[in-house]
Design a binder for this molecule. Sequence first.
Ligand code: ADP
Ligand code: MG
Length: 269
Amino acid sequence: MPRPRRTRVIVAANQKGGVGKTTSTVNIAVGLVQLGQRVLVIDLDPQGNASTALNVDHLQGTPGTYELLVDGTPVEDLVVPAPDLPGLDVIPATIDLAGAEIELVRVEGREGRLKRALSQDQRVGETADDRWDYVLIDCPPSLGLLTINALVAGAEVMIPIQAEYYALEGLGQLLKTVDMVRAHLNRDLSVSTILITMYDARTRLAAGVADEVREHFGDQVLRTYIPRSVRVSEAPSYGQTVMTYDPGSPGALSYLEAAREIAQKGSGR
Ligand code: ADP
Ligand code: MG
């Protein structure tokens, strides 16, 4: 898989909780690494679930995205390599990040803190040989300042959608936020990827939801659906992603395929 010409910054966003943002971020990140790419995962959720899944320390007080956003600590001082996953780096999130949303309100340029930090890093861009090919940002389930920072810093939005009742409810709000950010803060932003998760092929409901999503979003929807699978959900309790926990399982194979699609779709970037 060829590397993109410059770092692609992809934001996993959906203000709905439990739709698979974190699961998709970490598994696609590992999938991209398995395809030979260098990847940085930025955990922007105070819950720190992405940090947990990637087995990276995120006890309160561990330097991470809070320090980046609030103190302006440079990216290079915060990046930690994911254990046993060469090519994957992480900026963890601790519960401290829960306060950032409020503390940032008084800070000048509060929406652009993450963008600024990334643009100052050597490994983001097109020149450095050891640049990250992908920066994946895992957002919290809200459309507050943390998510806004991600949308300002990234060029691509990936929306995971759970193949369930009410899947499309609330999406209008998210798309409006993306439009607002594009109009005022980041002209480069677009929704590049819709990923259908927790797909249960045995139900008509899942197929119906997938069809409806495809009608709305067309080519933005990845061909690969992520199946509902216990292996996917149990991997984090072993400090792993399903990609290493059970690489031959349907969930892992689907995430690898999704990673491949994302890499191929963006090959012109
Ligand atoms: P979000 O980050 O959007 O809140 P998560 O990625 O944390 O969502 O997923 C919510 C829950 O669903 C988690 O417990 C996760 O393990 C589980 N889950 C996610 N994807 C799958 C899947 N494909 N199959 C089974 N469980 C899944
Ligand atoms: Mg999450």
